[in-house]
Design a protein around this ligand. Structure first.
Ligand code: PLP
Length: 421
């Protein structure tokens, strides 16, 4: 095991010395880390609090109930399931609960910023269900709501999904609600990326407008890797059981069964404990300040890049992330990811809308500010990072040594320790 612990140490060093700009990553607190690495990992607890298939669950019952209650409070929802092992598991449970194989789903195109689980042909969601897509307008980079409505009206999908992995603007959930009502579709909001911002009121809230909400817990929410499913107060009879009393209760049971035993076995109680810790942290005022800074840093970042002639998709951001279309800079996403990696700036290559490259090469990179903001970086530091990015891409093109630049990056980042939360 020595090898593994040596490698964990090496990864810790990598995380400390670099600039982490992957939009879906973050640094959790020591408390989240302690709970995730706790002896709760030893416990089997199939079922739900007070309804388990194993003995000795009294303690984990209390922990899971706290996690559920904190999540309900954080998002002001009536129903919460904290067991999904990941965001994909949360979505698969919702589909299992609400759709039949062959049903139609309408999601945001992966190549425009959507997620695999929203109908991609390489994912179960595109294999088991019949996927249709909406996308962004070529001119503005903004969601083409009319096009979404047209597909919905002509195809009449059973479910419409809003949410993305790489979209920098807010969502008009009320427009989606109207379209879903018009065609009789269930409306799912997958808020995996912006959930922390939504929880703190910094983006539109889908809870009252969408039937079901899923999220990951490890992105802007800054918890352990995992997923959740929620339903709001204004429940909309998603399965069409009209005017029946107790719909929320019935749908809660259906969703719970779709997670366990429908698509998962024993819950990860150590991760559920870490989720509870993170939800507790997210209820604090400090977390509001954090999310506020994430947003400020992201928009400062886009301004800095635009001023240097970079093509930011939709020309800005409302949230924590954005895409840079590098075609005007004559470098692919793949090469840019490599060039930035050479100076310890970590990003991921990403398709941009109407991309001309394959998903393995891509024309863009995605950037997010949740992780660097957790480390305490503010606007002036963002300006330094914009400079590092521009210089690294220049040095790469000119085939010049990046050593001095990498030292500067590392020197800056040691001033922002990762374990200060
Ligand atoms: N949904 C969206 C919108 C996402 O961005 C992601 C992750 O990137 C997921 C679902 C899936 O989450 P996970 O990687 O935890 O399965």
């Amino acid at each position: 095991n020595h090898d593994i612990f040596e490698l964990i140490k090496k990864e810790e060093e990598r995380q400390c010395q670099g600039v982490e700009l992957i939009a879906s990553e973050n640094y959790v607190s020591q408390d989240v880390l302690s709970a995730a690495g706790s002896i709760l990992t030893n416990k089997y607890a199939e079922g739900y609090p007070n309804k388990r298939y194993y003995g000795g669950c009294e303690v984990v019952d209390e922990i899971e109930s706290i996690a559920i209650n904190r999540l309900k409070q954080l998002f002001n929802v009536e129903y919460a399931n904290v067991q999904p092992h990941s965001g994909s598991q949360a979505n698969s449970a919702v589909y299992l609960a609400c759709l039949k194989p062959g049903d139609k789903i309408l999601g945001f195109d992966l190549s425009h910023g959507g997620h695999l689980t929203h109908g991609s042909p390489v994912n179960f969601s595109g294999k088991l269900y019949k996927p249709y897509f909406y996308g962004v307008s070529k001119e503005s980079g903004l969601i083409d709501y009319e096009q979404m409505r047209q597909v919905a009206v002509s195809e009449k999908p059973q479910m419409i999904i809003c949410g993305a992995s790489a979209y920098s603007r807010d969502w008009d959930y009320s427009f989606f609600r109207k379209v879903a009502d018009e065609v009789g579709a269930l409306l799912l909001a997958d808020i995996s990326h912006p959930s922390g911002l939504i929880a703190k009121g910094l983006l539109q809230d889908p809870v009252m407008l969408c039937d079901i909400i899923t999220s990951t817990t490890h992105k802007t929410l800054r918890g352990p890797r995992g997923g959740v499913i929620m339903m709001g107060k204004d429940f909309k009879n998603p399965l069409g059981y009209k005017n029946k009393k107790g719909d929320l209760k019935m749908m809660s049971t259906i969703l719970d069964s779709a997670v366990f035993p429908g698509s998962q076995g024993g819950p990860l109680e150590h991760i559920i404990a870490a989720k509870a810790v993170a939800f507790g942290e997210a209820t604090s005022d400090n977390f509001f300040q954090y999310m506020w800074q994430v947003k400020k840093n992201a928009s400062h970042f886009t301004n800095g890049l635009v001023n240097l002639g970079y093509d930011v998709v939709s020309r800005g951001t409302d949230n924590h992330c954005f895409l840079i279309d590098l075609r005007s800079k004559n470098i692919t996403g793949k090469d840019a990811e490599f060039a930035l990696g050479q100076v310890d700036v970590t990003v991921n290559k990403n398709m941009v809308p109407f991309d001309t490259q394959s998903p393995f090469v891509t024309s863009g990179i995605r950037i997010g500010t949740p992780a660097i903001t957790t480390r305490g970086l503010i606007e002036k530091d963002i300006e330094s990072i914009v400079g590092f990015i521009d210089e690294a891409l220049y040095l790469h093109k000119k085939n010049k040594s990046v050593k001095i630049l990498r030292d500067r990056v590392n020197k800056m980042m040691v001033k922002f320790p990762i374990f200060k939360l």
